[in-house]
Structures are given as structure tokens and as C-alpha cells.
Write a protein that binds this ligand. Sequence first.
Ligand SMILES: C[S@@+](CC[C@H](N)C(=O)[O-])C[C@H]1O[C@@H](n2cnc3c(N)ncnc32)[C@H](O)[C@@H]1O
Length: 676
Amino acid sequence: MDKLKMHSPDLSQDNIAKIREMFPGCVTEARDEATGAVRLAVDFDQLRQELSDHIVDGPQERYRLDWPGKREALLLANAPIAKTILPDRKSSLNFDDTKNLLISGDNLEALKLLQSTFLGQVKVIYIDPPYNTGSDFIYNDDFSDTAESYLRKSNQKTEDGHCLVANTEANGRFHSDWLTMIYSRLKLARNLLADDGVIFVSISDEESANMKRLLDEVFGEKNFIDTIAVEMSTTSGPKTVNAQQGTIVKNVEFVHVFRKSEKFDRIRHTPLFDSVTSFDTHYTAWLNDDGTLSTLAEKMREDNLVGRDIEQYGFLNRNAFSVKSIDRLLSVSDSAKEFIEKNLEKIARLDRPPVSAAGQSTALGHWKDFKTDHRTYYLTTLENGTLQALMPLSLNYRMSDDYKPKFGRTVIRGDLWKGFYQDMGNVAKEGGVSFSNGKKPVRLIKQLMKWANNTRDGIVLDFFAGSGTTAHAVFEANAEDGYNRKFIMVQLDETPDQKSSAANEGYETIADLSAERIRRAGKKTADGECHADWNRDIGFRMLRVDTSNMKDVYYRPDELKQSDLPGMVDNVKEGRTAEDLLFQVLVDWGVDLTLPIRRETIKDGSGQGKTVFFVDDNALVACFDRGVTEDLVKELAGHEPLRVVFRDTGFASDDVKINVEQIFRQLSPTTEVKSI
Ligand SMILES: C[S@@+](CC[C@H](N)C(=O)[O-])C[C@H]1O[C@@H](n2cnc3c(N)ncnc32)[C@H](O)[C@@H]1O
């Protein structure tokens, strides 16, 4: 019976396997001198011949982003880890039914553990990593430690949690450490993104240029979509003094947007609209019901109330009023505003006609309908004989996507996202928890998802979750449009700064604060007005990254002492539960971590009860109890599961162990049988 690996995948070996698919002759097997294990290895001499002269080698000049530690970062990203994620039912909400995950732990480890399960599954990644401002980022990729204990041990933090050393510019590796940290994570994150997926990365000007180059490298320059400038503050308060003294103060942050592949472009993205108060003076035409054309100015002059206001508000000669001065009139006349809004379908501007309208014409000063491509156009012919389309003002009037949405004239938003300083004024209150480390507005993430329009019921991942704004945005977006997006949040189990309100409020870790925000945000969203199609999944499975459930002997059975009888040594660490083992098996086998889990006690032939887990009925069946009999094995085979797993030392006798595979081959031949 094959044993599960119980460690995250070795991504270097996976990469070599990909090379083998293309160039089978370039991959061979070689003995690793350090461990003695035989592994796949690339025969570079052979590969060189395949690629003829098109190779950059040695010190030859080339275009690339480089820094001390880049190689290390790649090794770090690809190396397997013997870790797991343990379920924490107590901190979860609706553990058994939810499809959402909150993972507490280092995201490098979490991303590794998610590789098999979520490969190519994630539709949207939003991250808001430390900006490397000199105080928000401490480099720590010591896998066996949490940031906190690492900092204590390396004397960077006192016992009471006070931070002594951050990544300051005086550190010679200021940018390099930050790049190393983010590079390895982006490499792993890319594997999880679906082909029609997109990643949004928030960043400020400190590392924006480096982040862009890094994303170019990881996702490919051709997959760069845009850099959005988000107006996060205005020049007010203390910034005014600096500005008065000649400083260019910061008002914007950036969001770099990259797609996984061109498949993302096949989706129709949803434009966002900003309201504008000024009137677009191109709208001069008026479509009369009888098919003739007038001008808007004429119609306003003729209207009793509007005409009166034109005179009353100093436009002296009513007959000279033209749309050039319409903004002035609209700023004082409610009648004029009402008149415009009542006649959105009649007021129009000239535009190019659709190609399919070629050959059409109208009488001078007249308009007519023209239906094409499931749309109706209004056509007219100008004095010089050219055909034009008349675009009604109604196409331009809608609810805006502003902080306070308004119905009115709008413009399509480009890559300048204005007005988010208004959200920032209220951001501290959003989600009902205080978090001072760069909390982002819910609207920002919601609108990024809305624009991408690729999620529907897909997965949204944020592996620098902070207070969990992305989860909150998923709830609100689902409540509005009725989709059933799911989220995976990852947040370091970092102790909040002693002076922070998070510490005052008693949160042991930032991940616990994220959990609380998700609980509050979910309840508030579900209590409000919700789309009928939303499944109202406001729960989450809390999982914690921890050391493997397996003792070292599991990974190095050769080191067993002569006196230890094989099969008698328990290879599971003390204190780990059967459900802990189940989750490590799910991770290892790449089974969805959000599937429903049923626990049953099944009596074997001797009448003894054994605990059996059924994951999504038959996706995986697991029994980690001891004394498993042939009867029980037969009963489980009767369920015809896709996968079944037992504890290697869990069988009633050696005979049962030997017969397990035979029993499954007879009763359920498609079941994969493994042990731990
Ligand atoms: C700028 S904050 C994100 C704020 C978040 N967007 C919000 O709206 O609340 C960055 C977060 O990343 C977390 N973080 C930093 N390094 C991490 C790591 N290696 N693994 C997981 N989380 C990490 C920090 O603890 C911090 O909470």
C-alpha cells in the first residue's frame, strides 16, 4: 500500500517533470549526493543542444531584475515543507457547511500547502502586502518559527513584544529582503491562479517600481493590464503645511493589475462609472416624437418654468440662451435639472453611426430608428450628406460607483480611481474592528472584483489578509449581485503591537482579529438587504498552519533502531486528533479543503465502533483507528470511495494489512488506497 508523502509538493521536481514533457531526452535520474535519494535531474548539456545557441549564460549582459537573495527566494518557493494545517473548529463559523477558509500562519507555508488542492482554481487574488516603509516589514523566513518568536530569539523584539528592529533603510538589504519575501510568495500564488484569473496588488510609491518589475517577471510582461492610481487622501490637515512649504504630498497609492493569461480578456469586464456634475455640451439635439429634430436650447427656452428661470437668473435675453451656458443655469435652477432628467431619451449628441448603417439616409432635419446588433440607433443625415447616429443622454445617465452613488451624468472610470479618500475617512469603522496596519476600503476590493467580472462562484484569495477586508468585500459583493464567491484568507499569527487597539481589545493574534471582523461583517451583510440568489454563506473554516502530524520516523523510516519493530512504532505525534490527520491527508492528496465532512462510528465484525470520516460522501473515506478488521475494510469498500486512507499501524493483523488492496480491487477497483 502506498504511503502518503505528508509534505507539501517539491516544486523543483514538478518543474523538471514539465521540462521532461517537452524534452524527454534532457531529463534523467541522478543520485542526490547529500541525501542519497534518486531524483529527476536536468541534463543541461543535452538541453543546450536542443536550444542551440539561444542561451544567455554566465556574466553575459541581459535585461532582468536582480538582487542578492533572488536565488534563495526561488529555492525557498520550490522546497517542500513537512507542515500541515490543523482545523480549529472553535474559532470557525459554520465549520461543516461553509466554503470559505481563513488560514492563520505564514503565507509562504500556507501557499505551499494549498498548491495541490487549489492549483489553477483561484479567480481573483487581491493582496496588500507590507509596503516596506521602514516600519511595516520584518524579514523572517525561518519556517520553524512564528515571526514573534523569531524576533525574540534574534533580539529584535523584547519579551513584552516591543519591536526593536524593523527593515530600515540603514539595513544594507532594505530592498533585497523585501523583494526576496514577496518574490517567493508571488511565484507560488501564480500557480493557484486560474487561466482566466487576475491578480491585483496594492502598493505605494516606496516599492511600486520594484513590484511592477517583479510582477512582470512572475506573470509575464504581456499579462500586465494596468496600474491604477487610487486617490487615498487629499491635501488637508497636516499635509497642507508640508504642501505649503513646497513638498509634493502623497495623495495616491497604486494597484498593479496582471492577468494569468489572455483567457482573462475573453470575459466582458464591467465598466465603472464616476459621476460628473458638469453638463456635456455636445448634447445639443432634441428628438421630436414626429421624427423631426430641434435643439435642446430651443426646447428649454420654450418651457415655461425653465424659460422663466433663464430670465430670472440673469441670462437677460431668453432667446440668446444656448447650451454653452447650461452649467450656469443648472447650478441655480431646479426646473432646468428636472427638465433634463425628464427628457433623457430626447436629448442627444451626434456620434459615428454603426458600420452596418452604411447606405441608410434620412431627410434633412429628421431622424429615424435603425435596429442592428440587438440595439436601436437613431440616425440622421447632416447638410453635407454624412450619416450620423444620435446618442441619447439616457445612455450617459445612471447610478454612479462613487462613495455616495448618485443617479446622474457619469463618465467611464479609467485608471484614475478618484475619491477613495472619502472611504478612508470612514475605513476605521468598516467591519467593526480597529486595525491600524493599512486597512483598505471595502469598496476598493469590491469594485476591483466587479470590474474583473470573472468570479461568479469562484475563489477570491488574499494572503496578506490583515483585518480581512477582502472577505468582507466578498460578502458584500455576493449580497449585491447574488453570486456565490468563496474566499481564502491567509494571515500571519502575529501578535498585535502592545500599544495597538487590537492588543487593547484582547486579540492574541492578528489572525484572531481577522476572524472577528469576518464574523461581524458576515452578520451585518446577511442582516441587510441581500440578493435572493446569494447562498448567504457567511461562515469560514479556521485552519492553522502547524508542524506535521507525523513524527520524524515517518519521513526517515531507515533511521529506525534495530530494536524497533517496524509497524509497531507510532508515527503520529501525541496530541494530534483524527481530524488533524484527516486535514493533512486532504492537503497531501489535493482534496478540496471545503468539502463537507461526516464523521460516523461504524461497528466492525467484533462489535467494536470505529471512527470513519466521509469527505463529501465518497471523495475520500478515512479511518485512523487501530484494530481495523477485514469486515470494516469490506464495509468501506462497499461505499466505493474515490480514495481511502488508513493508518499504517492501524490494522488488526498483518494479514488484514496485506489483504486491503486485494479487497478494494475486488469490491471497488477504482478506489485509490493509501496509508499514513
Ligand atoms: C497591509 S496589511 C493588509 C491590510 C488589509 N488589506 C486590510 O484591509 O486589513 C498586511 C498584512 O499582512 C500580514 N503579513 C505580513 N507578512 C505575512 C506573512 N508572511 N504571512 C501572512 N501574513 C503576513 C501582516 O500581519 C498584515 O496584517
